[in-house]
Design a protein. Sequence first.
Length: 532
Amino acid sequence: MAIVVTQTLPFPAPTLALANAKNRWTTLLPLFRPSIQPVRTPKGQTILVDTAHAHKKAVHIAAVGTAGNFSSKVLDERHVSALVTEQKGAGRLTAQDILHALRSVDFCVEQGVIVLRVGEKRALHRHGVEELLEVELEGELELDHVICVLGRTSESVLANVHDVQTLLRLFVDKGARTAHSRFHVERVGGNPAVVHVDGVEGFERARQVVERDLERVVVRGSQTGGEGRLDGVVDSRPGSREVTYSVHFCDVNGLSRLENYIIAGEIAQYLESQNLKYTLTHSTILDHASAARGYSISILPLASYFFAPQKTPKPHQPPTHHDNVTTTLQQILSPRISLTDAQVRKRIQAGCHALLHAEPTITAYDTIVGDGDCGYTLRDGAKTVLAFIPDCDLSRLPETLAALVHKLEVSMGGTSGALYCIFLSALVASLAREASVPLALSAATRELCRYTRARRGDRTLMDALVPFVEALVGTGDEGAAVEAARRGVEGTKGMEARLGRTAYLDEGAARGVPDPGAFGLLVLLEGMCGAG
């Protein structure tokens, strides 16, 4: 047997044109998806055509996005036949230009072509006798929503351009109801805050923010023709009188995967509590006009003929046989490890004060390679801990940690806050099972790995946590463990990030700068171990 090895050479930077926000996807997307072929129009624009759809028996969808402000949904939805990122040329790119481009590469267009574009106001145009529809939508949120609906509607609808026109007319005439929330840099009443359309509001849990937005945009009764019904949509075909709520939410400027899961979960729980049938979709939008992070929600009630509701997951059923439950609540609150209040208090206070002192440095690092909020997140967590422990019996550490996590869930935002809360929750249980603190830390680290893809070498706080725990378990020497964590943090200066905001930066931008999360954890560990 012979093995042939072909060398893969990296593309030179000028070829990729990464710095050119206006037309870089014209180069990059065909590399990601070989079925995509660039077609140059006589006016000088480039249309990206997915030849995999050339002979499909359904309407073709073309999406015209905004250069430099392109949505993830436009890029990753495989049912889109044509994509335009560059609109400038000798004249305005028209729907007919896109139709001609599809025909030039032998597309079968008899079923019709739908051109979606961002415009100044909603409008639907039918061009001549050809099955060519053009829909203008108000912003990327609406564009994403429509793309998602067309990607999930039934094949029978997509095979008939007249049904598709009826569906799109709903978006244009009725319009989806939208809500927009952006996270505020300041706190309100000591709590995180969001900016709504009518001002800044503090919140303790994500559910409060999401429910407030949903209560504004979920339309029932008068606008849907009565509970669970939708008037004036289609004829008497099955499903034309039942309502499915099409709910699309997008995270703006890169929320973490965990934050997106939380928002999606709260949306689903609210809709289920209202006994509403729904389908939930998601996208990411980068807003170059504003650095504020947040999310937007778009909701439109549709006839189930167009859009069948998604199945509701079965609720989790707790184990019925207690023999399989390894750790009861009483066991969790009764640790095997003997600790004194003074010993634990001294270490916790030292670690928290070290974080408060190092906050400007952590913030400076995160300003270079991240969102600039890591230092503030750790500072707020440290303040919460210091305010919480004075009245606690720290010899009962698992019980204290279990109560503390609920406080930290409110005060610590972002991915760092979520990771710390998951780790501490796991530590509550492992302190009850394991015979020593090092083994408890090791078990909690393994549990954390179940909830995050981050591993050692990914340029995250795991580059400090994992070597610290491994060295502590292996040697029992706190000094050696801290030194291992220190080497791990130092190593992040030369690592290429695979996760988080840093992964989107030019490689040179992060070189020489330690990962802020790993550095912050090192500061905490140095403080706690130094007080032993």
